[in-house]
Design a protein around this ligand. Structure first.
Ligand code: F6R
Length: 243
């Protein structure tokens, strides 16, 4: 695992966007796994700026989703599919025909999860997977004590995560779905390159456990230690509890 410490979130966003741009110059139709939440926004902004300046052509990129709410219509503004369309696909000029995501409205959710894992494999696998990290060490929606070999599956959100995500639903927790589909930790580990960005002091304990703690299900992100090409990019604040 490689750990890169940067001064702030903007520098982390720029560094990772450049890594994505280099990948796309080498492989224009690379399959990029993307995360939602606040942390990756500087990455998407920096990559969009590169695309608009002509420094990289993103139009042939393929985009894969990490997780999705269950039961939220795909066109709901806060479904992760909608969020990614707004924040990633449209700015990068990528069409929905190049988008891979699980169907959170399927009648048979288990079958939808299995179909998604199959679709990723048939697409040649994820070339670069972006990850954020929860304050409890979760990646995707693999909360503490998730199996380190888990596949894409349905999970129940913890009350804390629903409280955290209420900010996207007018502060109304009643609107936050109870269930999500998330790529499993085993699924995430199949990507060729994992890139985790963590910014802010609130992530410092989780970063220390991820990088310096034992590989253990209590800190799902510690599974990155098992990967042959994992890069953890942290700002000074998120790095503050590293030894
Ligand atoms: C979102 C996701 C989550 C977030 C994590 C951090 O797709 O997979 O694991 O990355 O909850 O969220 P932020 O970046 O909002 O602190």
């Amino acid at each position: 695992m490689e750990v890169v410490i940067v001064p702030d979130a903007a520098a982390g966003g720029e560094l990772i966007a450049e890594a994505m741009a280099q990948l796309l110059r080498r492989k224009p139709d690379a399959l990029l796994g993307v995360a939602t939440g606040s942390t990756p926004l500087p990455i998407y902004q920096a990559l969009t700026a590169k695309a608009r300046s002509g420094a990289v052509d993103t139009s042939r990129a393929r985009i894969a989703q990490l997780d999705e709410y269950v039961g939220l219509p795909a066109d709901h503004p806060e479904s992760y599919r909608s969020v990614l369309r707004r924040e990633v696909l449209e700015p990068l000029g990528v069409g929905m025909d190049a988008f891979f995501g699980p169907d959170g409205t399927a009648e048979d959710i288990q079958a939808a999860c299995e179909a998604y894992d199959r679709a990723l494999a048939e697409a040649g696998g994820v070339d670069l997977q972006l990850l954020g990290i929860g304050t409890d060490g979760h990646i995707g929606f693999n909360e503490p004590c998730s199996s380190l070999v888990s596949r894409t599956r349905i999970k129940t959100l913890t009350e804390q995560t629903r409280v955290d995500n209420a900010r996207f639903f007018d502060g109304d927790i009643a609107q936050v779905p109870h269930h999500v589909i998330t790529q499993g930790i085993g699924t995430i580990l199949e990507a060729r390159h994992l890139v985790l960005l963590a910014t802010g002091e609130g992530k410092a304990d989780a970063v220390a456990a991820t990088v310096e703690g034992p590989v253990a299900a209590v800190c799902p992100a510690s599974a990155l230690q098992l990967h042959r090409h994992a890069t953890v990019v942290v700002d000074d604040a998120a790095a503050s509890k590293l030894k």
